[in-house]
Design a protein around this ligand. Structure first.
Ligand SMILES: CC(C)(COP(=O)(O)OP(=O)(O)OC[C@H]1O[C@@H](n2cnc3c(N)ncnc32)[C@H](O)[C@@H]1OP(=O)(O)O)[C@@H](O)C(=O)NCCC(=O)NCCS
Length: 216
């Protein structure tokens, strides 16, 4: 099961209550406040998700460090890797995370609606994607977010050519809010459209562990 979670807003977070000293050190003293807030909110919501996956654990029983590509890797407090794959995202006002049992793959990306998608579409979309997105900023945002989610699930991020991830169709919204996004080859993508678009790439339909609550 792919579990995912989305946090809205800026809860009053005391980093010492959920980050080990080594994790806190990952964000340098010169990081701009927005980057610091994003890092904190992303780690906070990811650890809430790990606590749900590993009942009986607390925030400080999880240590998340990036591998050499930037992929967030979940460990226990003794720095032994957890048997899960993890993905983290942050965008204006939101932070999200997704986790799946290894050897599964998962990537999550959240985007507020792209108001003027033409430059992104020109540079990163295939002709078919441009046709899907023309005059439809929501479709453009879903396509962009889906590509990023796949790039993260593959561990490549923007090193991957986003032209090589080809969205061919966006389904209708289902009762649970997810819309299936068809991508040529590769993993499935599901997009949930709320105050922001959330795309999750993986082998199965994701389930919400927490959605849009502020911190508690
Ligand atoms: C991964 C990437 C696509 C995310 O970009 P974004 O959509 O702007 O940012 P998001 O908030 O959605 O995601 C950021 C999170 O992605 C994760 N991430 C970073 N690199 C990743 C990778 N190679 N694979 C999977 N996840 C990655 C991290 O958890 C990061 O958050 P954190 O640093 O707080 O832990 C982008 O940062 C990237 O490609 N980074 C690696 C390559 C790089 O550094 N290129 C330089 C610019 S081209």
């Amino acid at each position: 099961m792919i579990r995912c979670a989305l946090l809205r807003g800026q809860p009053d977070l005391d980093p010492a209550s959920f980050l080990s000293p080594s994790e806190a050190g990952l964000i340098g003293p010169r990081a701009v406040p927005k980057r610091r807030d994003d890092f904190h909110r992303g780690r906070w919501i990811a650890k809430k998700l790990l606590m749900a996956r590993f009942p009986g654990t607390g925030m400080l029983d999880h240590v998340i460090t990036p591998d050499e590509r930037g992929v967030p890797i979940a460990h226990d407090a003794l720095l032994r890797p957890r048997p899960v794959s993890l993905s983290i995202t942050h965008t204006a006002g939101f932070a999200g995370a997704a986790v799946v049992d290894a050897p599964g793959q998962v990537g999550i990306d959240a985007e507020v609606m792209i108001a003027e998608p033409s430059a992104i579409a020109r540079d990163y979309f295939t002709e078919q994607e441009q046709a899907l997105a023309t005059g439809d900023p929501m479709a453009a945002t879903i396509i962009w977010s889906s590509k990023e989610a796949i790039a993260k699930a593959l561990g490549e991020g923007l090193r991957l050519s986003l032209q090589s991830v080809r969205v061919v169709a966006i389904g209708e919204a289902a009762a649970d809010g997810w819309r299936e996004v068809s991508v040529e080859g590769g993993l499935g993508v599901w997009a949930w459209v709320g105050g922001c678009v959330v795309a999750v790439a993986g082998a199965e339909r994701p389930e919400w562990e927490r959605k849009l609550g502020t911190g508690d």
